[in-house]
Design a protein around this ligand. Sequence first.
Ligand code: UT7
Length: 329
Amino acid sequence: MPKAKIGALGCYVPPGVLTNSDLEKMVDTNNRWILERTGISERHIAPAEMATSDLAVNAAREALAQRGIQASELDAIIVCTVTPDMLFPATACLVQHQLGAKGAWGFDLVAACSGFVYGLTTAAQLVASGSHRKVLVIGADTMSRIIDYTDRATCILFGDGAGAMLVEASDDDSAGFIDFLNEIDGAGGAYLNMPAGGSRLPASLETVQKRLHYVHQDGQQVFKYAVRKMYDLCRNLLDKNGIRPQDLALMIPHQANRRIIEATAERLGLGPQQVIVNIDRYGNTTAGTIPLATRDAISEGKLKKGDLVLFAAVGAGYTAGANLWRWAY
Ligand code: UT7
């Protein structure tokens, strides 16, 4: 059986920046509160004409260029997103068309903040089965389109961005995918969701007037679950594979709140040099956070060939996942 490795990474964030001081002029908040409670200083916001497929295509092109391959060489495209251009067709179809990836099938994966981790797991299985050689996993979200910029409890948290990783077959056993743990707990659905726009509450004048097409969150509930679940999943995955936290070169966690990341790292006994935090510059870009954080890890020289890396995320659903890789380039 071939081994699945990550062979390339591309990222894209739109140029527009929304700072904490911009938000101070929009809602009753302040820079100090946002920084202390979340770690966020600024986030990128897409211009009106740009949708999720555009962010995704830009990230995908960078990954393909880095690897020096054509889109026609892709076997599948997985777009992890909760902000598709439309309910259907899948954003994967729009991306496939824009890239000219004529040999690829694909689908959208809706797992909110855990989307990219689920996407990596899925791609690794497709490749390890021997049926696929090159699968592009894209995490892309234009959260600004579903955020209520009159709700101070949510509008400070999210930003727009995308990242893509090429998962491909490799004969080199010394690097690549090791293992995963994924979970869902649908009891958490009530605490973080976008209530309207689906078959339960189709769009109507009433749903718009009640602001039901925006993210609704019980922040404290989600926070408590995330702190517990991030640790449990990472601990269980490491134990299952006989790996000690000190053996990890890096944990690259979903960036939802600096305090969630620090609590997880502390309980695992990880030092600050073993954890990537870049939420200050991007906020929570949902499925985009892990590739964006990976890019920063590489550019800061913290992730090198042969390093043991742990990706972990918790999000709406609840969804949660972690996977272990030995970095391959
Ligand atoms: O990635 C998807 C998963 N999502 C998450 O992981 C998010 C998890 N939750 C969180 O990150 C945190 O719960 C938040 C950052 C959303 C909120 O932080 P918190 O420490 O849980 O604050 P809180 O909701 O308990 O609110 C504390 C106070 C409240 O005022 P009172 O009732 O104490 O007077 C809020 O009304 O802070 C107030 N508050 C704000 N104040 C200034 C809430 N939002 C703001 C704000 N600026 N933006």
